[in-house]
Design a protein around this ligand. Structure first.
Ligand code: FE2
Length: 330
């Protein structure tokens, strides 16, 4: 539910507002506010909501950077070699021991199963490039857990470095060719899933931009008044954060793009973000029924709060990291 609805009501009815009227508006706002408390303890998060929900456990996994490949990837090796060599061996986020990305993913899924997770939420860069072998392996592993899962792409999942084409075109092409099973028949750019009274909303912002149809879809989710969880790969800009928090960042654009040569991709958009992307960012942080934003991309864990909405970045699963999230009623 959008806070601006209340603000507009307040403006229409509030010419000559008294202090009492202001307090009434605050009460209306508070009645529609579904957020209760947010607690973080290491990689465990508890979210208490004022809505009636069944206690729900979500394992959030992001940035595993799986790079396994087979003969089907050979024609694309010129485009995958840099990322195939990245993150091959990593330091486990808890034990400090060496761990491969396959081991990290396997270990996290086992934990999710043993802990009785209700949902696995995957927010992109699960793959370092769109390898058919990697997608098949990860999909099979996920299905074997017996736990429902949702997936949204990151900027690496669909990217073969140096391949010609715009980000939007390459995303569309490699989603259709190789990533498709991960979406389980749902729209790859936006989708929602209901679990135990909570609506999980997935928005693909892996090109750093939001499309008009994605903003429209997001608004519809807000208007349901249900308690929402928003999943995206790239975290939203929050004051003081770097360009890594690059969705809605005012400095994002061709002039500040330092990575396009090494990643061999088109430069970020001249003139910065579209108005749609900027509006989306503002609307996310201006609503009352969004419990939390879950994202990745940065590889380091962090939490920001704007407009009362917590935004969590979970550390990269290449190191075995994940977030264990519990949502329950107050
Ligand atoms: Fe990543």
């Amino acid at each position: 539910m959008k806070r601006r609805h209340f603000i507009n009501t307040s403006v229409l009815s509030g010419l000559g507002l008294t202090l009492g009227a202001c307090r009434r508006e605050e009460r209306v706002l508070a009645e529609n506010e579904l957020r209760g408390t947010f607690s973080l303890d290491g990689n465990r998060i508890s979210i208490h909501t004022k809505a009636e929900v069944k206690e729900t456990r979500i394992f959030h996994i992001t940035d595993t950077h799986l790079a396994l490949d087979d003969h089907r990837g050979e024609p694309f090796m010129a485009f995958s070699q840099r990322m195939a060599a990245a993150y091959t061996v990593n330091t486990h986020f808890q034990t400090g021991e060496n761990i491969t990305t396959k081991e990290s993913f396997t270990e996290t899924l086992s934990l999710a199963k043993n802990e009785g997770a209700d949902l696995i939420a995957l927010t992109g860069d699960i793959f370092s490039f769109p390898s058919k072998a990697a997608v098949e392996w990860a999909f099979d592993m996920l299905v074997k857990t017996g736990i429902p899962f949702v997936y949204i792409a990151g900027n690496h999942d669909w990217h073969y470095e140096g391949m010609k084409g715009s980000s939007e075109a390459l995303r569309e092409e490699w989603t259709e060719k190789n990533l498709k099973p991960m979406y389980q028949g749902n729209h790859p750019l936006y989708s929602s899933y209901d679990i135990n009274g909570i609506r999980i909303v997935c928005i693909d912002n892996s090109t750093y931009e939001i499309l008009p149809e994605q903003l429209e879809f997001f608004r519809k989710q807000l208007d349901t008044g249900l308690p929402l969880l928003l999943l995206m790969h790239i975290p939203l800009h929050v004051a003081g954060r770097t360009l890594g928090f690059g969705c809605g960042h005012p400095q994002w654009g061709s002039e500040s793009d330092r990575g396009f040569e090494i990643e061999r991709r088109e430069k970020w958009r001249e003139g910065g973000h579209t108005e749609t992307t900027m509006n989306f960012r503002d609307e996310v942080f201006n609503c009352t029924n969004l419990l939390c934003v879950l994202s990745g991309h940065i590889h380091r864990p962090s939490v920001d709060v704007e407009g009362g909405v917590p935004q969590v970045v979970t550390a990269y699963n290449a190191t075995g990291a994940y977030s264990d999230i519990k949502i329950l009623s107050l």
